[in-house]
Design a binder for this molecule. Structure first.
Ligand code: FCX
Length: 436
């Protein structure tokens, strides 16, 4: 199938039948349990949901539809002259489970380009937000302004049927993914470049290169960085704050715009997507603190302890599920070794890769002392001149929208119901266990 909608539609019956059979065969099996400690502890490791587009292994890291990041880099179609996979191709993979052909991706790219024009009024809303508002707040505002065009909301109001929800959601998802780069680029230009906007070249450039272009970056290797960046931040199974929020809000049949906007609000937190901003602030502070002192293990160790002793976390390190170095960190490190091996900030990041795990291990609290995706991204961006760190989470958001939208379309295709786990009070727990 050349067309993404048809390729997706072809997958739905088999998946639906598969799940029906699984429920018949294993419906009564216990998938996971939840202790009192887990209920108070952010439900860590509680297996209580399914999520099809990606799976996270605590040792190996993320697999998108069974493929590791290096496998995606090898197998997914690339832009002409590019070395990194196209996020459009990753979206196809997440949605259908299949590696797309170049022809399929060209058709998807044309479709996205045709959808990319912002509907009336969206730029007015963006222009009306104060430039001092955090870029993530501006992005979320822009997404809510795009919601005026939601097909799901319109069709639901007209009385559409449940078996068509996924079609409306796919329409919304494609429009959202096509339009988000321009919204995000406008946020950048408005906040940091005096509102001098650069017109879109959708159709002429692939989504990542066009996004980079609208921000004001036209170098081929920056476009390639964007492609890699938008691929690796897209999806990280279902339980992380942004993905789970999109799923939860979508389960109320709120459309893709509402759901993704809600997910973006979660991504804006410092323990989640904002960590990439925090990392760069921390690195810049570290260079200041070093002053004329040499950048060596001893001096960096001292600064790391200062951070911990002041009650702060070391941003970019640790993870709720991962227990080894994040492969999303590793592929960015490889990108840096290829494109900016002599950059001073990259050297600092490399040295911290040796220092921080030792410090965190000595501190003895963290379950994972190794770096996550956010420890590296900022240094790559600043090398190319994207130095405004308060913008970094917006890039993460443009990527995360793709993965969570792919999953949201499946949620509606599989007709997943409203999410509504049971909560109890501390009093309930006391009574319940005292009487046992
Ligand atoms: N620096 C200092 N302390 C840390 C730490 C770090 N990088 N990571 C974890 N800890 C602390 C926790 O704060 C906790 O302390 P407490 O018992 O006093 O509350 C203890 O170690 C145990 O936490 P742990 O079970 O290892 O980690 P959690 O699952 O609770 O939290 C995150 C995971 C990612 C939130 C945590 O490691 C952290 O705060 N890291 C820094 C922020 C960051 O990089 N976030 C981005 C994560 C990610 F990749 C993304 O979503 O983008």
């Amino acid at each position: 199938e050349q067309d993404l909608k048809a390729a997706f539609a072809a997958k739905v019956p088999a998946m639906t039948a598969d799940i029906k059979e699984i429920k018949e065969k294993f419906g009564d099996q216990v998938l996971g349990t939840c202790t009192v400690t887990q209920a108070y502890g952010g439900m860590r490791s509680v297996k209580a949901m399914t999520y099809e587009t990606s799976l996270l292994d605590s040792e190996e890291g993320i697999r998108f539809r069974g493929y590791t990041i290096p496998e995606c880099q090898e197998l997914l179609p690339r832009a002409p002259g590019g070395l990194e996979p196209l996020p459009e191709a990753l979206f196809w993979l997440l949605l259908t489970g299949d590696i797309p052909t170049t022809a399929q991706i060209e058709s998807l790219q044309q479709d996205l380009a045709a959808r990319s024009k912002l509907p009336a009024g969206v730029t007015d809303v963006l222009d009306a937000t104060p430039a001092g508002l955090h870029p993530m707040s501006q992005l979320t505002t822009g997404l809510l302004a795009l919601q005026q065009d939601s097909l799901m909301a319109r069709e639901y109001a007209k009385g559409t049927t449940k078996n068509l929800y996924w079609e409306h959601t796919l329409e919304d998802a494609l429009n959202l993914i096509a339009r988000m780069p321009e919204v995000a680029a406008r946020v950048y230009r408005k906040t940091f470049k005096g509102g001098k906007y650069i017109p879109s070249k959708a159709g002429e450039l692939d989504l990542s290169a066009n996004y980079a272009h609208m921000m004001g970056f036209d170098s081929p290797s920056f476009a390639d960085l964007m492609r890699l960046y938008l691929c690796i931040h897209s999806d990280h199974e279902g339980g992380n704050v942004s993905a789970h929020t999109v799923r939860l809000v979508g389960s109320a049949l709120s459309d893709a715009y509402y759901s993704v906007a809600a997910g973006m609000c979660g991504l804006a937190g410092p323990l989640h997507g904002l960590a990439n901003q925090e990392v760069l602030n921390w690195l810049i502070g570290m260079r200041k603190a070093l002053g004329d002192l040499p950048m060596n293990e001893e001096n960096l160790t001292k600064i790391c302890w200062d951070t911990l002793n002041s009650g702060k976390v070391i941003p970019g390190f640790g993870h709720a599920v991962l227990r080894k170095t994040d492969p999303r960190y590793m592929c960015q490190r490889e990108f840096a070794l290829k494109h900016l091996p002599d950059d001073e900030m990259f050297k600092l990041v490399s040295l911290l890769y040796e220092v921080v795990p030792k410090v965190l291990t000595e501190q003895g609290k963290v379950k994972n002392p190794y770096p996550n995706v956010d420890a590296h991204s900022g240094v790559l961006l600043q090398y190319y001149g994207l130095t405004e760190q308060s913008y970094y989470t917006v890039l993460f958001g443009v990527s995360r929208a793709m993965g969570t939208c792919a999953s949201l379309v499946w949620d509606r295709a599989l007709m997943l119901p409203l999410e509504r786990p049971k909560s109890v009070t501390t009093g309930w727990i006391k009574n319940h266990f005292a009487n046992k």
